[in-house]
Every structure is written in structure tokens, then in C-alpha cells.
Design a protein around this ligand. Structure first.
Ligand SMILES: [Fe+2]
Ligand SMILES: [Fe+2]
Length: 146
């Protein structure tokens, strides 16, 4: 896809981290990975909430759909916090991780297969370029702070 490529890369990166943390690894490593996942998910959802969703909401066919996406971000962050809270308990941790991974996969599937392609059709080229630029700038700034 021509647009939103940084977001799609971030999806892949987060998916890899979610898979890595579910492997049999020392608890210390798990804690470290969870911290990174928290940082990455926060950064990613924030960029979408700041630079993508508000623009898409201006276009009628996307407006209603995007509403649900804000709520899914909220759910993602809540589920991640639940995972972190039970990180020391093997069984609970694995259970909560399955749930979080599912929520994440469903969310990004909708974005990549439905929302981003639809936005690429409905939103004018100039607006799309502006979104991509804002995403890139925002990601660069986050890197500098980190
Ligand atoms: Fe999202
Ligand atoms: Fe996303």
C-alpha cells in the first residue's frame, strides 16, 4: 500500500514483540519485553489518534467505523495493563496474552484490510500525503526523546 506504510511496519514490529514475549524466556526478559511493548503500543496508538483517525473522521463512509477504533485502542491498552499485572503468574499471563494478541490482530487486520485501503480511496491525495508526513515527523520526534 502506498500510504500508512510506517503504521504497517509498526504493526509488524508489535506483532513480533507480542510473539517473542509469549516464548519460554526468563521473567526478567519478559518484564523488559513488556515494557517495550507498552512503549510501542502507546506510541503507535497515539500517532493514529493524533494524525490519522481525526482526519478520517471527516469523511462520511469512514466516520462511523473510526469511532469503534478509538474504543479498541482503549481496550488494547487496558488488556496490556492486565497482562503486565499478572506477568509473574504463568497461567494467568499466558491466558491474558492470548486475549491481548487476539484483540491486536483483529484491530490491525481491520486497519490494514479495510480502513487504510478505504481511506486511500476516499481521502484526497494531498491529505493522504499530509497524514504520512505527520506520521513520519511524529515518529522521528519520539525517537529523539527515547
Ligand atoms: Fe489502531
Ligand atoms: Fe494501527
Amino acid at each position: 500500500m502506498e500510504h500508512f506504510s510506517i503504521l504497517i511496519d509498526q504493526h509488524k514490529n508489535i506483532r513480533n514483540l507480542l510473539q517473542a514475549v509469549q516464548k519460554k524466556i526468563p521473567i526478567q526478559e519478559r518484564t523488559e519485553l513488556l515494557k517495550r511493548i507498552l512503549t510501542e503500543i502507546n506510541a503507535h496508538t497515539l500517532v493514529e489518534e493524533r494524525h490519522v483517525y481525526p482526519v478520517l473522521e471527516n469523511f462520511e463512509p469512514l466516520k462511523r467505523e473510526v469511532y469503534g477504533f478509538w474504543r479498541e485502542h482503549e481496550r488494547l491498552r487496558q488488556e496490556l495493563h492486565s497482562v503486565i499485572a499478572v506477568a509473574q503468574d504463568e497461567r494467568q499471563f499466558q491466558n491474558q496474552m492470548v486475549r491481548l494478541s487476539q484483540t491486536f490482530e483483529e484491530h490491525i487486520k481491520e486497519e490494514e484490510n479495510r480502513i487504510f485501503p478505504e481511506a486511500s480511496k476516499v481521502v484526497p491525495k494531498e491529505e493522504l500525503k499530509k497524514i504520512d508526513r505527520n506520521i513520519a515527523i511524529s515518529v522521528e520526534q519520539t525517537k529523539k526523546v527515547a
